[in-house]
Design a protein around this ligand. Structure first.
Ligand SMILES: [Zn+2]
Ligand SMILES: [Zn+2]
Length: 244
């Protein structure tokens, strides 16, 4: 049953049993009107179990009868929004989960070599060195997948590297030990980031927009705002201009 009042009502929160001898009554969750007559036209939300009168739902009697005849579940507006948000979140969680052992490394030049295998091995060597310099012991075999993103281009030998690790641990340690990279002239042009989902990239962009705005509004001129922090706790921070 799609919907509705009488037949599908088992134990509605909003219905008020007035007394033992009287019939059930339903309260519209929106206008709070109480309906007692058996032919009262209300819809029951299958999620929150609240009732809504057709006046509040802006439905005609004909539409109401149609809805009662279909097998489709009916949900109130509030519940529909919540369910949509959850659906998106679930997909997003899945996406993040599938990337949680991934790492993106920027700024490591690739070698000009036709053989993909040779290039890949060279990349693995460089990555191993990077991990070692960050005090992370990682066997070369542990670099499960090392892949340059985008098409090979002899003119631009600097594609980002996607690294799939056996677990998230070495990555977390790498982010914690990031100062080893930041303070080493050898890695002047090297950066690391999480393998961000579209939503995370948008969030990152929002943070940078906010940082830019706050910098513009900063009156003393001694500070600027930047986005800092490990991937799981990115935030806008205020920095003295000389320090960063
Ligand atoms: Zn109502
Ligand atoms: Zn509902």
């Amino acid at each position: 049953m799609a919907s509705t009042r009488k037949s599908s009502i088992t134990c509605p929160k909003s219905s008020q049993k007035t007394s033992q001898d009287e019939d059930e009554a339903w309260t519209c969750a929106k206008c709070t009107k109480i309906f007692r007559e058996p032919e009262a036209q209300l819809m029951e939300c299958q999620r929150c179990k609240e009732h809504f009168c057709i006046t509040c739902l802006k439905k005609t009697k004909a539409e109401y009868s149609m809805l009662c005849k279909t097998d489709a579940m009916w949900f109130c507006g509030k519940c529909r929004i919540v369910m949509e948000q959850h659906a998106v979140t679930d997909i997003e969680i899945e996406k993040r989960k599938s990337r949680e052992n991934n790492l993106i490394v920027f700024g490591i030049p690739e070698i000009d070599e036709e053989s993909k295998e040779v290039r890949e091995n060279a990349d693995k060597e460089r990555l191993n060195e990077l991990f070692k310099d960050c005090k992370i012991q990682l066997d070369k075999e542990n670099l499960k997948t090392v892949k340059r993103l985008g098409k090979f281009n002899k003119e631009k030998l600097n594609r980002p590297i996607l690294v799939k690790l056996p677990s998230a641990e070495p990555k977390i340690t790498l982010f914690r030990n990031i100062h080893y990279i930041k303070t080493n002239p050898k890695y002047e042009k090297v950066g690391v980031s999480n393998d961000l989902t579209q939503a995370e990239r948008e969030q990152e962009k929002r943070l940078w927009d906010q940082a830019r705005r706050q910098t513009e509004e900063e009156v003393s001129g001694d500070y600027h705002f930047r986005v800092r922090g490990p991937p799981w706790a990115r935030k806008v921070v205020k920095l003295r201009k000389l320090d960063s």
